[in-house]
Design a protein around this ligand. Structure first.
Ligand SMILES: *Cc1c(COP(=O)(O)O)cnc(C)c1O
Length: 404
């Protein structure tokens, strides 16, 4: 992809709001007059002539060659997501993890160094802990909110700062603008995994981040149907990421891109509803004597409340809380619920419940878990779009099970 006008929004969309961009950005009609976006299920493309083939291969003319490189349906998704993140460019990938891998491969070389927040997604830790060191890239993990630790960890070799905010599962909030400043002073790019907020609630690039990562698998799809991901940023940076994807293959499937497009159409609406439900559930949990602690940035007592209020336009759909009685009690609570799905996924209209210490964060050493606040009595709920009263009734089943 080149930094030309191909990705520019038409004038009539330039000042449009997220609700509108999610529905209207990136539409490219095929010539059949269709209203819905078509799915281009083709692996390759035909050329007008041998000369045209040569020009497309050399890059002298634009145009599709092969779906590992470009696909019109994937392009609509990329343009729509870029518009939502207020970015020059976006690149669709086969999964969130492949967006993270492609970003690493685009910007890291043997001898380089990464500073990463401690509480990132489990497979991200796996990539950073196991595979990057094999390539001669070292990684320092620091507490998300400790700016002095980020500053101290940076070296002359640091190329990437990597974080997720708010963090999973205790909703710690990072100051993106402050991190961007430290990254810039260290000559590194700041990469923010924006999976939990989505551009409907937070736009990291506007706060100074260089690259945004998405697992489209979560809220961008919103209904738990398929895997996908994206990297978002400047046209120049995304050209590097695109190069890796085109060469090495973790491209987004056109069918998946089409489903994600439908997800983006309702993203703003869904995120508002997720936030409203999560906020109500967090306040309800907070008032109970059988809950020892609630982690949700929408609660005024939460240490990240003020920062999240400034940096996000909503507090998100994920919360966690602690029940007294440790793992035994947490498991009893979870097993007594009926409505919520017991699964580690999130970002779905269906509410999910999970015990982080023995699932998503089970592979961490106990002291790493303690440092991250993932105590044995902690339960995470990714609040979906069922009626709040039905979710409260389901939680009540869990609390009743703790009393017997
Ligand atoms: C799920 C997730 C990922 C990985 O995405 P996949 O689509 O599963 O590869 C990365 N970051 C966060 C925050 C996630 O929740």
């Amino acid at each position: 992809m080149t930094p030309d006008d191909e990705n520019a929004l038409p004038d009539f969309l330039r000042d449009a709001h997220a609700e509108t961009l999610g529905i209207r950005a990136g539409i490219a009609r095929s010539g059949e007059g269709e209203h819905g976006e078509p799915i281009f299920t083709t692996s390759s493309y035909v050329f007008d002539s041998a000369a045209d083939a040569a020009a497309r291969f050399s890059g002298a003319s634009s145009g599709n060659v092969y779906s590992r490189y470009t696909n019109p349906t994937v392009r609509v998704f990329e343009e729509r997501l870029a518009a939502l993140e207020n970015a020059e460019s976006a690149v669709g990938t086969a999964s969130g993890m492949s967006a993270i891998l492609a970003t690493c491969m685009a910007f890291l070389r043997h001898g380089d160094h990464v500073v990463c927040s401690r509480d990132v997604f489990g497979s991200t830790v796996g990539l950073f802990d196991k595979y990057l060191p094999r390539m001669g890239v070292s990684v320092s993990f620091v507490p998300l909110g400790d700016l002095a630790a980020w500053r101290a960890a940076a070296t002359a070799k640091t190329r990437l700062f990597y974080c997720e905010t708010p963090s999973n599962p205790i909703c710690e909030v990072a100051d993106i603008a402050a991190l961007a400043e430290i990254a810039k002073a260290s000559g590194a790019r700041l990469v923010v995994d924006n999976c939990f907020c989505t551009p409907a609630l937070q736009k990291p690039l506007e706060l100074g981040a260089d690259i945004v990562i998405h697992s489209a698998t979560k809220y961008l799809d919103g209904q738990g149907r398929m895997l996908g991901g994206a990297a978002v940023g400047s046209a120049e940076d995304m050209a590097e990421v695109t190069n890796f994807i085109r060469t090495c293959g973790p491209s987004m499937s056109p069918f998946n891109a089409w489903v994600f497009l439908k997800g983006l159409e309702t993203l703003s609406l869904r995120m508002r509803a997720h936030c409203e439900n999560a906020n109500k559930l967090a306040h309800w949990l907070q008032q109970r004597s059988d809950v020892s602690r609630v982690h949700y940035a929408g609660l005024p007592e939460h240490p990240g409340h003020e920062l999240a209020s400034r940096q996000q336009s909503g507090f998100g759909g994920v919360l966690s809380f602690e029940v007294p009685g440790g793992q035994e009690a947490a498991w009893r609570f979870i097993d007594a619920t009926k409505l919520m799905s017991l699964t580690a996924n999130l970002g779905d209209v269906k509410t999910t419940i999970v015990h982080p210490a023995t699932t998503t964060h089970g592979r961490l050493a106990a002291e790493q878990r303690d440092a991250a606040g993932i105590v044995p009595g902690l339960i995470r709920i990714a609040v979906g779009l069922e009626h709040i009263e039905d979710l409260q009734v389901d939680c009540q089943r869990g609390f009743d099970a703790l009393r017997v």
